[in-house]
Design a protein around this ligand. Structure first.
Ligand code: ADP
Length: 384
């Protein structure tokens, strides 16, 4: 796996019972996966020589992120390396404009969009489709960085020239009036087998996903699953595909694509029969895919984000108190330093009722982040 972040760390964990040990190309020996995997090589994903040397010892190459340049991916394929997903699929997760154009061509629901070469392109788009509109960096954004809400022509005139001058490739799209955000996670093998997990709701705050509810309450499950499988097949995806969706009054609209294990699928580790990490391995190794059913009626994953002020109580003691209160909480800490807003781990809870499970997951994640119980629970106060 190229990239040594938390996705590689959790993929390594899933590789172990399959009799494998994930080989990782990490940038630093303190990357989350490099801390736990035995088979780590250090090198940059932008260095073709490093990629080539790494690929020599791998049966198949896959990814923890989408930042390997297209030309390097094509060079690896030309060398005869199995790259899954391949560059022609992966480009749709790397380049938002390519993705929008291709999905529109496939007849998938996307908002009106346009390339931006000059500020006038945005002004014309806004005049035609209305304000606000959403300006996006075509490449390289994540967790809402690279997305700017433009409320007026004046805000476009303020924001766009500066970004263009800095060399940021831009696009603009309609601001979609959405009720909520959903994610359809599927896998596809080279053999062409597909598998879809139950549709989930992703709850966002400041552009970052904070909670995932599985299954998404009252959602158009089959429509979303069929759409995601259709996209996976049409683009020739091998491995996982997350289709981020907006739920609107007029149906589903695709936001973006990710072709790797995805934050909206972390709940599957304990909450589904097969985790997304194992499924990704099965898919890229061309094994038959695993069952995707829920392991409980309600599953909630909440991200643990670094607090604005790192709590005085250390992570170990927070974990201790968490387990004292919620013995059934499933915790995954990524071995990352605590920095404000950074995803440092996640916690998953399973149960019978969504509202109850969601409340417990939210309390647990906030406790692990901030060392504070949002409901005033007293850690030394005994029963609650
Ligand atoms: P990133 O690649 O940084 O995750 P996204 O394209 O997923 O960026 O956008 C981040 C967030 O911005 C989305 O989760 C959504 O809340 C909001 N957003 C993005 N595009 C639109 C849009 N067209 N209309 C309304 N909100 C949007």
């Amino acid at each position: 796996m190229i990239g040594g972040g938390q996705l590689a760390r959790m993929t390594h964990q899933a590789a172990i019972p399959l009799g494998q040990s994930l080989r990782v190309l990490a940038e630093s020996d303190s990357d989350p996966a490099a801390l736990v995997a035995r088979d780590v090589e250090l090198g940059k994903h932008t260095d073709l020589d490093a990629l080539r040397a790494f690929a020599k010892s791998c049966d198949v190459i896959t990814f923890d992120h989408e930042h390997v340049p297209q030309e390097h991916l094509h060079a690896l394929v030309a060398d005869g390396v199995k790259v899954f997903p391949g560059p022609d699929a992966l480009v749709h997760a790397q380049d938002k404009l390519v993705m929008r154009a291709r999905l529109a061509e496939l007849g998938a629901p996307v908002p009106p969009f346009s390339a931006v070469l000059e500020t006038a392109d945005v002004l014309r788009f806004g005049a035609r489709h209305g304000w606000p509109c959403v300006l996006k960096a075509v490449r390289g954004g994540y967790d809402g960085r690279g997305v700017w809400m433009l409320n007026t022509p004046q805000s476009a005139q303020r924001v766009v020239p500066e970004l263009l001058a800095a060399g940021t490739p831009l696009m603009v799209e309609q601001c979609v009036p959405m009720r909520r955000e959903l994610s359809a996670l599927v896998a596809r093998s080279p053999f062409g087998q597909g598998a879809a997990w139950p549709l989930v709701e992703t709850v966002q705050s400041d552009g970052i996903c904070v909670e995932v509810l599985a299954p998404a309450p009252d959602a158009p499950v089959e429509e979303a699953q069929e759409l995601a499988l259709k996209i996976a097949g049409a683009l020739g995806v091998v491995g996982l595909l997350a289709v981020e969706l907006f739920d609107t009054a007029h149906g589903l609209v695709v936001n973006e694509l990710a072709m790797r294990p995805h934050n909206s699928g972390h709940w599957t580790i304990e909450g589904a029969r097969t985790s997304q990490f194992e499924q990704h391995l099965r898919a890229v190794l061309d094994y038959p895919l695993g069952a995707t059913d829920l392991a409980a009626p309600a599953v909630v994953m909440a991200n643990v984000l670094g607090a604005a002020d790192v709590p005085e109580m250390g992570p170990d003691e927070r974990l201790h108190h968490l387990f004292a209160r919620f013995p059934d909480a499933h915790v995954h800490l990524y071995g990352k330093a605590e920095r404000p807003g950074r995803k440092i781990g996640h916690v998953t809870l399973l149960g019978e009722r969504m509202d109850d499970v969601r409340q417990r997951a939210r309390l647990a994640a906030h406790w692990l982040s901030d060392g504070v119980w949002l409901d005033g629970y007293e850690i030394h106060g005994g029963q609650q």
